[in-house]
Design a binder for this molecule. Structure first.
Ligand code: FDA
Length: 310
């Protein structure tokens, strides 16, 4: 119930405008968001890198219907990739970037798909020159086909581009089968949007079972599975499946979000497995933060306390 309300609110532009301008205590947002500026995003990546954790950087923003904003997002990725490269962080793919096609203009009327693809190409070219990779985030189910189509097109020129698949969607097992091929990078997560019964499992237990089925396909396949979950049971199952499939460390990786289970992140990195942290930065943190609150109601109290104490 609370999850659904928060996910509904995450789409409201009116509430977003009020909350983003509200005197929210910096520490509240900073628990989940690395900062507002390029320098802060790079500093967070450097700090994580120093503790043996890889990163994937996300310039916050989604669903833009403003062509200027889409270009601004593309420019922000170009700037941060340049800055990460200058610090030597992109070497060996230690710091990569995650893109939301809707933030690059996918929903613009007329040529939206084409514009987003062109901007993604520009970012991929720079990533290639910097020796790193790019992963396409997955948004709500109405965009899944278009995002997978963009993935196919981008991979023709940039085979290192990966994508996110969401275990809560009924279709995802089949998508995993399609993508469990050599060179393919798939980040498997549970899924963060409010989706109807017609397309998605609704109960936690069903989503977890689907996650394990999908993970089996990816681990037994020829691609590079990326286990994006903080769920201790799924993290353990992933390790067991990797061992069963004869996968050595480095042939798959674990991923978690900035600020969530940091001790576990370090533990996994310290034992020699690859751990990548998703690092969001930028001014437009509202939608991202609302989804994190929907995942864990205790975060709502934390957020409200921050509002009240400022
Ligand atoms: P679950 O929500 O069951 O949480 C398991 C445990 O983790 C909790 O009991 C708690 O201890 C901890 N935890 C989880 N979320 C927390 C939070 N917000 N605050 C504090 N503790 C928390 N989704 C999507 O739809 N499209 C995408 O592109 C991506 N991309 C993505 C990248 C990466 C690297 C990650 C880790 C996740 C995503 N997601 C995503 C989000 C994903 O779909 C999912 O909503 C969250 O990861 C939460 O699900 P868990 O698997 O962690 O399990």
């Amino acid at each position: 119930m609370l999850r659904n309300s928060l996910l509904q609110l995450s789409k409201s532009e009116r509430v977003r405008d009020v909350i983003e301008k509200a005197p929210v205590s910096r520490s509240v947002v900073r628990r989940f968001v690395a900062g507002a500026t390029t320098d802060e995003g790079v500093a967070a990546a450097a700090e994580l890198d120093a503790t043996g954790r890889c990163t994937t950087i996300d310039y916050l923003g989604e669903d833009t219907l403003d062509a200027e904003q889409a270009k601004h997002t593309k420019d922000a990725y170009v700037t941060i990739l340049g800055a990460l490269r200058e610090r030597g962080l992109t070497e060996g793919g230690r710091a990569e970037v995650s893109l939301k096609l809707s933030a690059l203009g996918q929903a613009l009327p007329g040529d939206g798909d084409k514009i987003a693809l062109e901007y993604a190409r520009e970012i991929c070219t720079l990533a290639q020159e910097s020796g790193t990779t790019v992963t396409l985030d997955m948004e709500d189910h109405t965009t899944t086909d278009r995002t997978l189509e963009a993935l196919r097109e981008l991979r023709q020129d940039f085979p290192f581009v990966g994508a996110v698949l969401q275990a809560y969607l009924h279709r995802t097992e089949a998508d995993c089968r399609d993508l469990a091929t050599a060179g393919s990078r798939v980040r498997l997560c549970k899924g963060a949007y409010k989706e109807p019964e017609s397309v998605a499992f609704q109960s936690g237990a069903e989503v977890d079972k689907s996650y394990v089925r999908c993970l089996k396909i990816l681990m037994q396949g020829e691609g590079y599975p990326m286990i994006a979950s903080h769920d201790p049971r799924l993290v353990e199952i992933a390790g067991a499946l990797a061992a069963q499939s004869g996968r050595a460390p480095g042939s798959f990786e674990y991923q978690m979000l900035y600020g969530i289970r940091p001790e576990e992140q370090k533990r996994i990195a310290d034992r020699g497995d690859t751990m990548r942290v998703y690092v969001p930065y930028g001014e437009q943190w509202y939608g991202y933060l609302m989804r994190r609150m929907a995942e864990k109601p205790a975060n709502v109290a934390f957020f409200l306390r921050g509002l009240a104490t400022k």
